[in-house]
Structures are given as C-alpha cells and as structure tokens.
Design a protein around this ligand. Structure first.
Ligand SMILES: NC(=O)c1ccc[n+]([C@@H]2O[C@H](COP(=O)([O-])OP(=O)(O)OC[C@H]3O[C@@H](n4cnc5c(N)ncnc54)[C@H](OP(=O)(O)O)[C@@H]3O)[C@@H](O)[C@H]2O)c1
Length: 337
C-alpha cells in the first residue's frame, strides 16, 4: 500500500505557538523545540517517529535538535530524520531550523570525539549525508574539550560556516570562562554564536547560578534549554513507580537512584502545586522556564504524541506570581544541581 504524502496543517503558524528571537540575530525559534536524543533512533518504530515529527511540525514546532550520536544506535536518529526529510519535509526545508552537534563519543580511534578540527569537520560531513541535507541551520560544539586549544575548535566552527555547511554555530555545556572566550573569538571572526545550549530546569540551575544566562545576554547569544523536564523527572511519570518502557527503566541516562525519599517528597509537592495552578506537572516545569525572557526556547524530548500535546499547553499558562515563584524555589532548593 502506498502511504499518503504528508501535508502539514495549513494553520501550523496560527496554532498557538509563539516564537522568540535568539539573542542579537535574525532568528526566531519556537518556544518549544523538539529534540531527537531518545525515541527517534533505529530501536524505535518508524511509525511513531514519523507521527511525532509530523504532529510537532503541524503545531508550529519548526526547530528539530539532533546530534551525530543520537539513537540508539549512534547516527540512527539522523538517518531517520533523513527519511523524514525525504518522505515528508523536503518541500518545507526553508521552514525548518535543523541542528546537529559533535563533541561526544561517535566512532572509534583517535578522531571520533572531543573538539579537534578533524573530528568536527568529518562528523558534520557524515551528519549531512545521513540527513540528506546540504547544510544544517546550526552546528554546535557539543562539549568543551579541555585538551584541545579552544581556538582550534572555534576556528573549525567558523570555517564550517564559511564552507556553507552550517548557517550558524553554537556551543553546548561550556563552562562560563570558556563560553566567554568563545563568544569573543567567534564575534571577532564575524560568525557570532547564535545559541548556547545548556541543561536548565527547576532542579538544575547551574547555568543560572553560574552566570551563563547573563553571559549569553551580555554577548548577544541566545540560550536554549535542554532536558527541561530533567528527562521526565519533573513530570508525573515517576510519581507512582517506574513505568515499563520509560527512560528510567532503561537505567542508563536516568537512574532509579535519583528517586530518593527526599526527591519523591519534592516531586509530589511540585505536582501538588501544578495541580493548584490548573496545570500538569510537565506544563508547570516548562512554563517556569518559558516565562524567563533569557531563555530563547526549550528543547523537549518525547516518546508519544500525547506528551508533546501535554507540553504544548505550557504555552498558555498563567504567569507565575512572586509567591508561586518563591514557593517553587523553596520546595526545590534541597535538590538543586
Ligand atoms: N546539548 C546536550 O548535551 C544535550 C543533552 C541532552 C539533551 N539534549 C537535547 O535536548 C532534548 C531534550 O532532552 P530530554 O529528552 O532529556 O528532555 P526532557 O523534556 O527533559 O525529557 C524528555 C522525557 O520526559 C518524558 N516526558 C516528556 N513529556 C512528558 C509529559 N508531558 N508527561 C510525562 N512525561 C513526559 C519522556 O520520557 P519517556 O521517554 O520515559 O516517556 C521524554 O522522553 C534532546 O532530545 C536533545 O535534543 C542536548
């Protein structure tokens, strides 16, 4: 049977999605972006991969975040995204903002991770082939490499833009001093950093307390938050145990050990507060981030359309008042990372 050709929703930009400008740049991103770290690789059903990506685009989510090693298996989220490009999204390429990254473990040997020019250049070429793209919209250095001269990593990013393989560049998880250096170096080369990508949510505030958010503002860079739900912890997912098939049940990136009695007490208190606000716990976690103007966008992960649907309602949340903000701070402070 021939599958019907995908036609995106005609009102995808009038569906309630909001768009926010990234630092000092011409780019506006949807407040909610979709990340393909988990649930989009070769171990997943292509039907669900397609359904989630189509649903997201239909709702105005035009930013998809990838990296070379997303899967599992490494590379397969990009391969599946390549299939989506070919079968669904090709006519809409100019409506999409697609990212990829290199920095973590990707292939064996001396040149398959960290921040060398050799790795970044080769990795991006591979990513483009897997996704069937001529260029990505943004290419990130995925992590700071303390052993490679930062100038080498950053100059590779600059040259990638000059080669036309990426339109913009970004950095992810850099410590503040390295980020400061990167912002200056890149702007001196006239390839300003478009985005800093960091983990930020109600219980992980190190980019806020360590000054990264302010540094981004001062340097005209946007800030995009990943794991806004702390991989599912800041939702109702684990309030009644560890569901089969959940990320925690895989015991890899999210370990059951985090569910200490103290953590459970805090999650329940946050969940109660969300209920009082008339929101799901996930919606409260996202709207807490989105109401901070220093955040350009949040990158959610999802394993079902229902989760994306739930999360999109965070866009219509009532503003937090001072009392609610300090209550969230007080409840969550004992487990701040
Ligand atoms: N730069 C970096 O180093 C870096 C690192 C990590 C992530 N990222 C990017 O950020 C993206 C998001 O990261 P993340 O997946 O950790 O984000 P997240 O949004 O914190 O967690 C996503 C997980 O939370 C659960 N979930 C989502 N919505 C839910 C809802 N409404 N109710 C209940 N549970 C819900 C799902 O878990 P189940 O799968 O168990 O259903 C989902 O897979 C990644 O895909 C990647 O693009 C970047």
């Amino acid at each position: 049977m021939i599958e019907p050709v995908y036609t995106p929703s005609a009102d995808r930009y009038e569906n309630g999605m909001e768009y926010r400008r990234c630092g000092r740049s011409g780019i506006r991103l949807p407040l909610i972006s979709l990340g393909l770290w988990h649930n989009f690789g070769s171990h997943q059903s292509m039907q669900n991969v397609k359904a989630m990506a189509h649903f997201a685009f239909d709702k105005g989510i035009c930013h998809f975040d990838l990296a070379n090693n997303y899967g599992p298996e490494y590379g397969t989220a990009e391969e599946n995204f390549g299939r989506l490009m070919k079968e669904s999204f090709a006519p809409y390429r100019d409506e999409l903002f697609i990212s990829t990254k290199a920095g973590h473990d990707m292939w064996p040997g001396m040149y398959g991770e960290w921040g060398s020019r050799k790795y970044l250049m080769a990795s991006l070429d591979q990513s483009l082939r897997r996704m069937g793209l001529d260029y990505v919209d943004i290419f990130y250095s995925h992590r700071y490499d303390p052993d490679t001269p930062l100038e080498e990593t950053l100059q590779a990013l600059v040259d990638i833009v000059r080669q036309g393989k990426a339109l913009y560049v970004g950095i992810s998880k850099y410590p503040p001093e390295a980020a400061r250096f990167a912002f200056r170096y890149l702007s001196q080369q006239h390839v300003p950093c478009l985005l800093f990508q960091g983990r930020y949510n109600i219980i992980d505030r190190h980019d806020e307390t360590g000054g990264v958010l302010d540094l981004c503002q001062e340097n005209g860079s946007g800030y995009i938050a990943f794991s806004p739900l702390q991989q599912g912890l800041l939702t109702n997912r684990y309030l009644d145990g560890i569901p089969e098939g959940s990320r925690m049940s895989e015991n890899k990136f999210l370990k059951p050990e985090v569910l200490t009695p103290k953590m459970m007490e805090i999650l329940r208190m946050l969940n109660d507060m969300a209920r009082r606000r008339g929101q799901s716990f996930a919606q409260m976690s996202l709207s807490w981030l989105l109401q901070n103007p220093k955040v350009s966008s949040v990158i959610i992960g999802a394993s079902s359309i229902g989760q994306i649907q739930d999360n999109l309602l965070a866009l219509h949340a009532s503003p937090f008042d001072e009392e609610e903000r300090s209550a969230i701070d007080n409840i969550s402070r004992p487990v701040w990372i």
